[in-house]
Design a binder for this molecule. Structure first.
Ligand code: NAP
Length: 341
């Protein structure tokens, strides 16, 4: 069976996902696309792909079995709710929605439906290195986890990027990784402002140092830098009672030459996580074709947005801010989201 997917939002990541759905993955075809910029949607639509004028029309198209939402974050709520109303499986790129209240409405709608239709695009859970790290942590071979050190370094960002976006667009991935790695919620957030990089424009706090306190007391520190200049560099190390486990370098080959050794560092997130995105989508396609879904749930999307909101409060107050989550509905009980394994 071929799953007919409709894609809402044909910008940067929308086009990358259309490429993988069309040329890389199996059991799927892009049946329809739309974008607020219809010319852009038309320009990426191959022969036989329907271009819809609105996201609503795409969701209602009987030729669309399931929907991928890759439009601008503030539009996600409307499209995810419309998919729930239509009873269609939806893969929504992060964020699930940009406010706690919007995420609440999605959770309420999915709980009322009584089955999971929403999957959220936190692709790091499908990265082989993070999965290997989690296997060591949960396997207990180096004892109980105590701390995690993480770094999220972007080479550069566009002019419109703000300190708030370091939390909601970049650190959101580390927040999801922390929840996934330790299978527990974040209970408090503190954000410190180190010395400002001279490459960051006036008034823009970059880098940030984000401290996440997990429910068990595990501490996760995230160095988030978006003008790191040299590469897209993602790091992680979990410190346990009897040892440590860290992400290996992502380069496939190490070059040795006179007096030095080294390898390629990724240019951007597309290069670093290309296989994670492929694995994430293939798992979702297979699960949807089998009549269900997989991957991070609406609860995971909700929790990430609430922790980001708390992080923004901590950034602006300079204080430690506690995280307050609603009661977890039964629909989402049984661990924190999908592991991709
Ligand atoms: P982008 O290049 O700006 O693409 C977003 C597209 O959606 C644009 O073509 C935009 O059109 C369009 N759009 C805006 N409002 C719309 C609406 N009401 N209906 C349909 N289309 C609409 O942004 P992007 O970088 O691809 O990001 C898209 C989403 O993916 C964001 O939520 C982002 O956080 C997420 N993302 C996730 C990752 C990851 O690592 N998982 C990486 C990158 C992005 P205009 O340009 O005309 O507004």
């Amino acid at each position: 069976m071929t799953l007919n997917v409709g894609v809402i939002g044909t910008g940067m990541i929308g086009q990358d996902h259309i490429r993988r759905l069309t040329h890389v993955l199996s059991g799927v075809r892009v049946a329809a696309v739309t974008d607020v910029d219809l010319d852009r949607a038309r320009s990426v639509a191959d022969d036989g792909v329907t271009v819809h004028e609105t996201g609503q029309a795409l969701i209602e198209d009987p030729g669309v079995d399931a929907v991928v939402v890759t439009s601008w974050g503030p539009t996600h709520e409307e499209y995810v709710l419309a998919c729930l109303a239509a009873g269609k499986q939806v893969f929504c790129e992060k964020p699930l929605a940009t406010t706690r209240e919007a995420c609440d409405r999605i959770i309420d709608a999915e709980v009322a439906l009584g089955r999971r239709l929403v999957s959220v695009g936190f692709m790091r859970r499908y990265d082989a290195q993070y999965q290997a790290m989690k296997a060591v942590v949960t396997g207990g071979e180096i004892g109980a986890p105590l701390m995690m050190h993480a770094a999220h370094r972007n080479p550069s960002v566009p002019d419109h990027f703000t300190s708030d976006m370091i939390i909601v667009d970049s650190t959101v991935h580390d927040i999801d990784v922390a929840r996934f790695m330790f299978d527990e919620e974040v209970s408090a957030v503190t954000v410190l402002k180190p010395r400002r990089s001279s490459k960051a424009r006036e008034g823009f706090n970059d880098p940030l140092f984000v401290l996440l306190e997990m429910e068990s007391g595990v501490l996760v520190d995230v160095e988030a830098s978006v003008n790191a200049g040299f590469a897209y560099d993602i790091r992680g190390e979990v410190v346990c009672e009897d040892g440590t486990v860290e992400l290996s370098e992502s380069a496939g080959a190490v070059v040795k030459r006179a007096g030095a050794y080294g390898g390629r560092v990724p240019e951007d997130w597309r290069e670093r996580f290309v296989r994670a995105f492929d694995t994430e989508f293939q798992a979702w396609i297979d699960a949807v074709a089998a009549g269900g879904t997989t991957g991070p749930s609406a609860w995971d999307g909700y929790a990430a947005t609430v922790v980001c909101d708390t992080g923004l409060a901590a950034l602006h107050s300079g204080a430690r801010e506690p995280v307050s989550l609603r009661e977890k509905p039964d629909l989402y009980k049984g661990g924190i989201g999908g592991s991709g394994r």
